[in-house]
Design a protein around this ligand. Structure first.
Ligand code: S3P
Length: 176
């Protein structure tokens, strides 16, 4: 693996899970953009949304994205937030500095993963299963034009077991 690799895609598509597993297998540096924003702000993503607002979060997210550069000559994997590619200039930045991989999971897998982890995501808090399913369909459609500019599309539906993660890592490494 070489250069910067940005993992993008909707919430719950497995960006962090796959990124961490890729880093564990290859020894390549890994940054989770939400975590990098949390470190920079000294509070969680949910706290930033609550106390400073979504716009503030989006500005911090864009600034942090631009600050990420791998050590000279080394590779680095960045797991973006679901909304990262939608900010003006963000896809241009990523396409100019590395390769962008769009992780796509089936709507069923995405719904299941998000039902289990709704509360950590300020945009989803308090949604019923029905509302969440409708939100996923609508928000994914709205984001499609940004995500679809990625260099590569990768099926991330198989990340729910250790074996599935292992197979997905091997498959990813064979195409990257
Ligand atoms: C968001 C996705 C989240 C996080 C924030 C907003 C979005 O990241 O950045 O809650 O707008 O889709 P994940 O995709 O890692 O959940």
């Amino acid at each position: 693996m070489h250069g910067l690799i940005y993992l993008i895609g909707f919430m719950g598509c497995g960006k962090t899970t796959l990124g961490r597993a890729l880093a564990a297998r290859t020894g390549v540096a890994f940054v989770d953009l939400d975590e990098a924003v949390e470190q920079a702000a000294g509070m969680s993503v949910a706290e930033i949304f609550d106390s400073l607002g979504e716009d503030h979060f989006r500005r911090l997210e864009a600034e942090t994205l631009r600050s990420l550069t791998p050590p000279q000559g080394e590779a680095m994997i960045v797991a973006c937030g679901g909304g990262t590619p939608c900010r003006a200039g963000a896809m241009e930045h990523m396409l100019a500095h590395g390769r962008v991989v769009w992780l796509k999971a089936s709507p069923e897998r995405t719904l299941q993963r998000l039902l289990d982890a709704r509360d950590q995501r300020p945009l989803l808090r308090g949604m019923s299963a029905e509302t969440l399913a409708a939100y996923i369909a609508e928000a994914e459609a709205a984001r499609h034009r940004h995500y679809s500019r990625a260099n590569i599309i990768f099926d991330s539906s198989n990340l729910d077991t250790a074996e599935g993660i292992d197979q997905s890592v091997s498959q990813f490494l064979s195409i990257i």
